[in-house]
Every structure is written in C-alpha cells, then in structure tokens.
Design a binder for this molecule. Structure first.
Ligand SMILES: Cc1cc2nc3c(=O)[nH]c(=O)nc-3n(C[C@H](O)[C@H](O)[C@H](O)COP(=O)(O)OP(=O)(O)OC[C@H]3O[C@@H](n4cnc5c(N)ncnc54)[C@H](O)[C@@H]3O)c2cc1C
Length: 260
C-alpha cells in the first residue's frame, strides 16, 4: 500500500498569542509542532503499513521551517517526506492549500489512501481534507474514530450527533481522523537516527504543474481580516459558610440572575 499523510505544522497551541496592535498571530519564539490530529493520521498509516507492507509518504505545504515537522514524521516511521515550499504558495486559504496539496499528491501516484487530521488546531476549518478529496475526485469520509482495511476497501467508523455511522469505501480514498482513533507513537532513538538518511524532497510551484491563479494569495478568495483574543468576562465569587448555607446562597443568586 502507498499511504500519503498530510501534515501541517502549527504553533504549539498554548503558546499562541495575538499581537494587540497588529492583531496577527505572534509566531516568533513560539514552538511549532505537528498538528496533533496529523500525528494520529500518521500513526494510523504506520499501523496499516505494518499490516499490509508498502510505503508511507508525508506531505506538507509551508515555509522552510516545516522541514522540522517532516523530520519528526520520518523519525516516527514515515518513509519519505515532501515539502511544497515557495513564496508563491504563501497566504493560501483552504481552497488554494487543497489545490496545491492535490497537485503534489498527484506526483506521488499511484497511492491507495490519503490520511489527514480532522482539522488543524490553529485555523480549525476542517476543510482541507474534504476539498482535497474533491480535487482528486476520490471518495471521502471525515472525523473517523476507527478504521479497518482489507487492502482494497476501508470500513470507517464516524462519530455523528445521532451515534456512530459506519461507512465502507473503495480505495483510493481520503480519510480525516479523530484523536480517538489511536495514540501516536513517540519517535524512538533509532528512528531519529534513521530519519536523517530518509529522503526529504522540496518542491516549488514550478515542480507542481500548478495554475498560478489557483495558488497562494492570488488563488485564495478567503481573507482573514483580523485576529483578536476574546475578552474575558468570567467572574469568580466564593460563597463562604457551611455547604448548606453556601448552597442556599447559590440558589438565591441563580434566581436573582434568572438562571433558575
Ligand atoms: C486563525 C486563522 C483562521 C483562518 N481561517 C480561515 C478560513 O476561515 N478560511 C480559509 O479558507 N482559510 C483560513 N485560514 C487559512 C488557513 O490556515 C490555511 O488555508 C491553511 O493552509 C489550511 O486551513 P486549516 O488550517 O483550517 O486546515 P484544516 O482544514 O483544519 O486541516 C485539516 C487537515 O488538512 C491537512 N492540512 C491542512 N493544511 C495543510 C498544509 N498546509 N499542509 C499539509 N496538510 C495540511 C492536515 O492533515 C490537517 O489536519 C485561517 C488561518 C488562520 C491562522
């Protein structure tokens, strides 16, 4: 099997701060990590390779520092990494990101399965996986918490409001995964040593045979105009006294606020 895993490098979530003047994300000095759901996607790919053999490729679109995330993916066990890196690709929204990734993935054909995270924790749209499936004209299932595969078809358990839906899809297909699907492995010391010798290929826009009007800022109809931290409105009040007395005071306050 050839499994392609889409990896996005994101700021380590708790470190994200918003510049109060420019309203942009402050990335300087913040640690960057692999999007956690993408680690689940990679773990699932590695487990499938252990069962069926084959190759796991990881692909990412982003600036040069994304090499670090891809090296970690190689250390976890991926066989080859591809970085789509070019100034012309910068400022992409999900539409342009999915288009560019699709062009990169086409170059990796033949492939059997494309795995993505359910969403990226920084922008959180959850659109890239489904858009990628549309671009590649492949069947898709999102937010998968359990996956079974016989090498030709997959059965995917998807959590939804009413319960769990079980889907069967022919391969090749696109699947986005939940964190419940598995626990990602840590790179082993030997994995880290071996990763240095594994191929990490960088492709520019020219290598990808892309339509210039569909990449980067030019190919992105969405604009993020402003980012801002929500104002804290929470107020804490400790009700003193014995539990019964405090409970009575709490009920009175909730009635006062018309919550009860
Ligand atoms: C705060 C913020 C808000 C934004 N809001 C929007 C918006 O509303 N609409 C919009 O179009 N764009 C938006 N963007 C831009 C958006 O971050 C980029 O388009 C991004 O490249 C993909 O969107 P996402 O992070 O939402 O990915 P998601 O769709 O949430 O990611 C799902 C999965 O797709 C894969 N993936 C996503 N990006 C990449 C990548 N670069 N390389 C490899 N795999 C990838 C990963 O497997 C990931 O788990 C926003 C950016 C920020 C910082």
């Amino acid at each position: 099997m050839h499994i392609v895993v889409c990896i996005k490098q994101v700021p380590a979530t708790l470190d994200v701060r918003v510049d109060p003047v420019t309203h942009n994300l402050i990335r300087e000095g913040t640690e960057s990590v692999i999007n956690s759901f993408d680690e689940n996607a990679l773990e699932e790919a590695l487990r499938l390779r252990e069962k069926f053999g084959g190759t796991v490729s990881v692909i990412s679109m982003g600036p040069p520092q994304v090499r670090e995330a891809l090296r970690k993916a190689l250390a976890m066990g991926a066989d080859a990494a591809y970085l789509l890196c070019d100034r012309a690709l910068g400022g992409a929204d999900t539409l342009a990101t999915a288009y560019t990734l699709a062009q990169g993935i086409r170059r990796l054909a033949p492939f059997d399965l494309i795995l993505c995270g359910r969403h990226a924790v920084d922008a959180d749209t959850g659109q890239v996986g489904p858009e990628l499936a549309e671009r590649l004209n492949l069947p898709q299932v999102t937010m998968v918490k359990k996956l079974e595969c016989d090498g030709k078809t997959i059965v995917a358990w998807r959590e939804c409001e009413e319960g769990t839906a079980v889907w069967e899809l022919p391969l090749p297909a696109v699947v986005t995964v939940e964190s419940k699907i598995n626990t990602p492995r840590y790179p082993s010391p030997i994995g880290i040593v071996r990763s240095a010798k594994k191929p990490l290929t960088v492709w520019t826009a020219k290598d990808l045979d892309v339509d210039e009007d569909q990449i980067g800022l030019k190919g992105s109809p969405t604009r993020v105009l402003r980012l801002f931290s929500p104002q804290r409105t929470s107020h804490v009040e400790i009700l003193p006294g014995e539990p019964e007395e405090a409970a009575r005071a709490l009920v009175a306050k909730l009635r006062e606020q018309k919550v009860l």
